[in-house]
Design a protein around this ligand. Structure first.
Ligand SMILES: Nc1nc2c(ncn2[C@@H]2O[C@H](COP(=O)(O)OP(=O)(O)O)[C@@H](O)[C@H]2O)c(=O)[nH]1
Ligand SMILES: [Mg+2]
Length: 285
């Protein structure tokens, strides 16, 4: 199905080339200290949450792409994405924070990648990715949380530069935060839904309308089913009904559609509409 016109066009959110340049410089500085890079993406939008500019600045270092938060998406979508990245010759692993052996799987993959390079010294790892994809969570389970000082929190730089994971592997202390590259409005909508950018930067009603479109397209649980209301063809009627159901009333008895949209976005992030991947590898081809 063709993308409806209201989701097409340029992103109203600028991606600040200056800001991005700064982020790249920071990563470049760290890259000189590392042997291997772990790039984290959100399984709900594995392309929108990648920043392809990063490809230009780290060609010489081996990289593992971590598809994180796989608990949010259907298994079929995950397999499609894994196949897609493998077809691009990208070393890929899929994890989520509920997976008991995620840390072990990841460490084994790091070791096997590093063995290919025949490093004999300590391997230094840098985790990068756009905001909120789960970098800190991954660092926390890799280092078993209490083992090191609270280096993984961005901005906390007072502790040592390397956090020891085991005798062979250390993490460069803070994650590299990349500014998302926002190519168009649809990417911005996906990034807002997965909280990689602030949703207030966009029209929240449009974000919710896009979500409704995606749920319909994927045959997932629809708003009408979840909120137990009769379906409405007109989107603003639908929002008003959901707002009434949620008790989001503004002064004068009108429905507060903004607050209603915030509530719906939260329900999505809480996984209330079931498993949903916002992207299909087709868009990459
Ligand atoms: N459902 C789910 N949530 C996750 C997962 N990993 C991280 N999160 C949540 O995503 C949010 C952002 O995680 P964080 O590690 O701070 O991301 P960072 O900004 O990349 O460091 C937090 O609320 C985490 O609890 C995951 O695998 N599944
Ligand atoms: Mg973090």
């Amino acid at each position: 199905m063709d993308l409806p016109a209201q989701f097409k066009g340029e992103s109203p959110v600028s991606w600040y080339p200056g800001h991005m340049l700064k982020a790249e410089r920071e990563i470049n500085k760290k890259i000189s200290q590392v042997d291997i890079i772990l790039e984290v993406v959100d399984a709900r939008a594995p392309l929108a949450t990648r920043n392809f500019r990063f490809d230009n600045i780290s060609t010489s270092k081996p990289r593992i792409l971590i598809i994180n938060k796989t608990d949010y998406i259907p298994e079929e979508s995950l397999y499609e994405w894994i196949d897609y990245f493998k077809s691009q010759k990208i070393t890929v692993i899929a994890v989520n924070k509920y997976l008991k052996n995620a840390s072990k799987l990841l460490l084994n993959l790091i070791i096997s990648e590093v063995e290919k390079l025949k490093f004999c010294t300590l391997t230094r790892v840098l985790i990068i990715g756009v905001p909120n994809v789960g970098k800190s969570s991954i660092i926390n389970y890799l280092i078993n949380k209490n083992k090191a000082c609270t280096g993984p929190v961005p901005g906390v730089t007072r502790c040592q530069q390397l956090i020891k994971v085991n005798d062979n592997i250390s993490l460069v202390d803070s994650p590299g935060i990349m500014t998302p590259r926002i190519d168009n409005l649809e990417s911005a909508l996906k990034l807002a839904l997965v909280a990689a950018i602030k949703d207030r930067l966009l029209d929240r009603l449009l974000i919710v309308e896009y979500l409704a479109y995606k749920l319909k397209l994927n045959g997932s649980c629809q708003f009408a089913d979840f909120y137990k209301i009769s379906d409405m063809d007109d989107f603003s009627d639908l929002i008003n009904k959901i707002g009434l159901k949620k008790g989001k009333l503004a002064k004068g008895g009108l429905i507060d559609t903004g607050q209603t949209a915030i509530g719906i976005i939260k329900d999505f992030r809480d996984g209330k509409f079931g498993l949903l991947c916002l992207e299909h590898p087709d868009v990459a081809i």
